[in-house]
Design a protein around this ligand. Structure first.
Ligand code: SDX
Length: 426
């Protein structure tokens, strides 16, 4: 039975249909609102506004649930490869053995980067942030790979190129930033092994690919792979709605993710923990700052627009910190600081009342440090993980027959009309 809500405005009753999702979520379809009432809605930050119907990722913020195409992220983190997860998000189902083999072959065949693209790196200032470089390089890919005949063929090859080359480009930017020779991808290594090898192998000190580090990277990327309509994904959809090419849409997602309130938080968390640790390890001051209404400081790695309970991804990350550090027999004082900070917030009424819990970025940096990733590359690692999700969301919006260019409205609060004043009279 169709459900609807009734809006009464200036004596007129307007019935607005309700849309119900497969998990029972409901939304008011306001597509007729302005035509029927002359009214629009206003929702800064879109906290109460759905932008689309999507079958890719389901989140329940109150229960701390996250599923990719219906599969709980906990199961994928335990059993799947990152390639399988990317295939699942983009194609809507897990690949069979042949499909997975074909994907591996395609990713290998397209894992090299055009030699002229390498020249771009030489012209970035040495201190450039890797996220700024990556966003520019991905956008530049459009210039190197002309369109193919059919849209279907074009999209498929572009998806493969992005998944195969973004990982290589990230490792290249690290090597070049250190003045090291670039290490090329190898056909005998898996997706995660190849990245670590391209990052850390050198001609004089061959990199030993450790199983624990590969597994930690696999889980890290799976946990970052998609998260419904977050800021960077919404940016990809918004830019994609203008029917721009996929490289440029992904470049927009990288740019949005760079923000410290979004993907940039994983770097900000480590800098915050480092600061606490270097100043005697006292967490009380930073917690006071986070609670101070007059201080714009936010406790990095805490809070979430959707999760009002513990981020399920943070739970997995926290457990993986302990397992990874024990397996590779290292300790990290910042993990102890992180656990102490979390302990204090879980008992603090401010954090309890505001539903502020650790999010994915709170423990993820500890894992990246243990693997040897430099702090300024943390958000690049997030971007490589999120890439399949961005691609899946972009494809879903392109395939939507009802999709149209995104163009929100506004409520104008500026001057009412007045006439131009000539310069001599001002
Ligand atoms: C990611 O959307 C996604 O799914 C994102 C992501 C993904 O996978 O794509 O999950 C990845 O971006 C995770 C978030 C990483 N960012 C951080 O860790 C930065 C710190 N967090 C905050 O900036 C904040 O919690 C946000 C940005 C994550 C969410 O902000 P909201 O939903 O806009 O919440 P808000 O700013 O309106 O805050 C609501 C209240 C405010 O207090 P009141 O004015 O109501 O009294 O909670 C307070 C805020 O002051 N608050 C915090 C806080 N986060 C919110 N206070 C102190 N420290 C914090 N971290």
């Amino acid at each position: 039975m169709d459900e609807f809500v009734t809006l009464t405005y200036r004596g007129k009753e307007v019935k607005l249909p309700l849309v119900t999702g497969s998990e029972g979520e409901k939304a008011i379809d306001i597509s007729r609102l302005r035509a029927e009432t002359g009214l629009i809605t206003l929702d800064p930050g879109y906290a109460n506004t759905g932008s689309c119907l999507s079958a890719i990722t389901f989140m329940d913020g109150e229960k701390g649930i996250l599923r990719y195409r219906g599969i709980p992220v906990e199961q994928l983190a335990e059993k799947a490869s990152f390639k399988e997860t990317a295939y699942l998000l983009i194609n809507g189902r897990l690949p069979n053995r042949d499909e997975l083999t074909q994907l591996s072959v395609r990713l290998n065949d397209h894992s090299l980067v055009h030699t002229d693209l390498k020249a771009f790196y030489q012209n970035f200032p040495r201190a450039s942030h890797p996220m700024g470089i990556l966003s520019s390089m991905v956008n530049a890919m459009k210039s190197f790979y002309p369109e193919l005949d059919t849209l279907e063929e074009e999209i498929n090859i572009t998806v493969t190129r992005l998944l195969a080359k973004v990982r290589t480009m990230a490792a290249m930017s690290y090597k070049i930033s250190r003045g090291h020779e670039i290490v090329l991808p190898r056909p005998d290594l898996t997706y995660c092994e190849n990245f670590l090898n391209m990052m850390f192998d050198t001609p004089v000190t061959p990199y030993e690919i450790k199983r624990e580090a590969v597994n930690a990277l696999r889980v890290f990327w799976i946990l970052h792979a998609d998260h419904e309509q977050n800021c960077s994904t919404s940016s990809v959809r918004m830019v994609g709605s203008a029917r721009v090419n996929l490289y440029t849409a992904i470049s927009t997602g990288i740019a949005a993710l760079w923000g410290p309130l979004h993907g940039g938080a994983n770097q900000a968390v480590i800098e915050m923990l480092d600061n606490i640790h270097n100043n005697g390890g006292d967490c009380t001051k930073i917690i006071q700052r986070a609670k101070d209404k007059n201080d714009p400081f936010r406790l990095m790695g805490f809070g979430h627009r959707v999760y009002k309970t513990y981020d399920p991804r943070a739970k997995i990350m926290k457990k993986m910190c302990d397992n990874l550090l024990a397996a590779i027999q290292i300790t990290d004082p910042l993990l102890d600081t992180a656990k102490e900070l979390e302990e204090m917030t879980l008992k603090d009424p401010y954090f309890i009342d505001h539903n502020l819990y650790p999010n994915i970025d709170f423990y993820s940096g500890i894992i990246l440090r243990a693997i040897g990733i430099p702090t300024n590359m943390f958000t690049v690692m997030f971007a490589i993980g999120r890439l399949p999700g961005w691609i899946a969301q972009w494809k879903e919006s392109m395939d939507d027959p009802n999709w149209k260019i995104s163009r929100p409205r506004q409520i104008y609060t500026g001057h009412q009309q007045y006439d131009y004043v000539p310069i001599h009279a001002r």
